[in-house]
Design a protein around this ligand. Structure first.
Ligand code: ACO
Length: 276
């Protein structure tokens, strides 16, 4: 795929990390139909890209994402049912189907505004690190609409019910520190440390066994909707599956290094991936 041809999205790959940037800074990275279509293609491309071990999702300029583009995604599609249908499919496909199940770790690097529909991709990412002064808000109530397009679902699943109701019904904006306090994000840091902190996390993930990360991510995501008995059985099956799926035989290697070679302590370190 030729990333240079993208107009609403930018992709940069470096040291195992693909940084995917929503790239409509003049519109605060509000999501247009074109952005949705491009993101579908980008995520499909990067999912099995050998150079990509971790994906970082961020925004160009001083905004992460100002939600759906009210003009291009809503008003201009109101009387175009076919275009509206295709844009909605793409909108759901990249933000949920592809991103939440992305086979590698994903980090939302929230550099600025995060409003409305942007909460879906925020929750779809495995990690979220924001600038202390980033601005968050469930502003749908101010538009006369509800937190739809899955926003209502991700907030009641991911926040306390009290917080979900509070922010959805008041539309009250809040900053990165508050977002960390209510566990909407993993942590917030001063703006000038955002990139460095995110890349440190990304690099630490790059050093881990990719198949193990993939299986942990898949299983945590799916057991949330299971009963205890189903989860126990599923996790056992995934554990067994991983022994066959892991090209670097991490489990056997870790046991050898800990029990026989005595070269590492798994509680405080990582096994040496390049050893036979
Ligand atoms: N849809 C369409 N255009 C947008 C959006 C949006 N969601 N957000 C910003 N823009 C556009 C503005 O219309 C403006 O365009 P213009 O230059 O052609 O006039 C441009 O981006 C810059 O916006 P400003 O408001 O001038 O920028 P400012 O930095 O002062 O404010 C802010 C940024 C706070 C994000 C403000 O634009 C805003 O409140 N946007 C709406 C955010 C929102 O409620 N999003 C949720 C939408 S509902 C949903 O997602 C389901």
């Amino acid at each position: 795929m030729d990333f240079e041809k993208l107009q609403a999205v930018k992709v940069e790959k470096r040291d195992g990390v693909a940084t995917v940037m929503l790239n409509r800074p003049e519109k605060r990275n509000a999501m247009s139909p074109q952005l949705h279509f491009e993101m579908v293609d980008v995520l499909k491309e990067l999912a099995e890209d050998d150079e990509t071990q971790v994906l970082v999702l961020t925004g160009a300029g001083d905004s992460w994402c100002a939600g759906q583009d009210i003009k291009l995604f809503f008003r201009e599609l109101d009387d175009k049912p076919k275009e509206r249908h295709l844009a909605r499919l793409a909108n759901h496909e990249w933000r949920w189907t592809l991103l939440s199940a992305f086979p590698k770790p994903t980090i939302a690097m929230v550099n600025g505004y995060c409003f409305g529909g942007a909460f879906v991709q925020l929750f779809a990412c495995d990690f979220a690190i924001a600038a202390d002064d980033a601005q968050f808000g469930l502003s749908e109530v101010n538009w006369g609409i509800l937190p739809g397009g899955l926003v209502g679902k991700v907030i009641v699943d991911g926040l306390s019910y009290r917080d979900a109701v509070w922010y959805a019904m008041t539309g009250e904006p809040f900053d990165g520190r508050k977002a960390a306090e209510i566990k909407l994000i993993s942590k917030s840091v001063p703006a000038d440390k955002l990139h460095e902190t995110t890349m440190e996390l990304a690099q630490s993930l790059c050093r881990k066994n990719p198949q193990t990360l993939r299986t942990i991510k898949e299983s945590l995501r799916l057991v949330r909707g299971m009963s205890v008995d189903q989860a126990a059985d599923y996790l056992l099956a995934k554990e067994r599956e991983m022994r066959f799926m892991d090209p670097e035989s991490g489990r056997a290697k870790a046991m050898k290094q800990f029990l026989d070679d005595k070269t590492y302590r798994p509680g405080i370190g990582e096994y040496q991936r390049d050893e036979a």
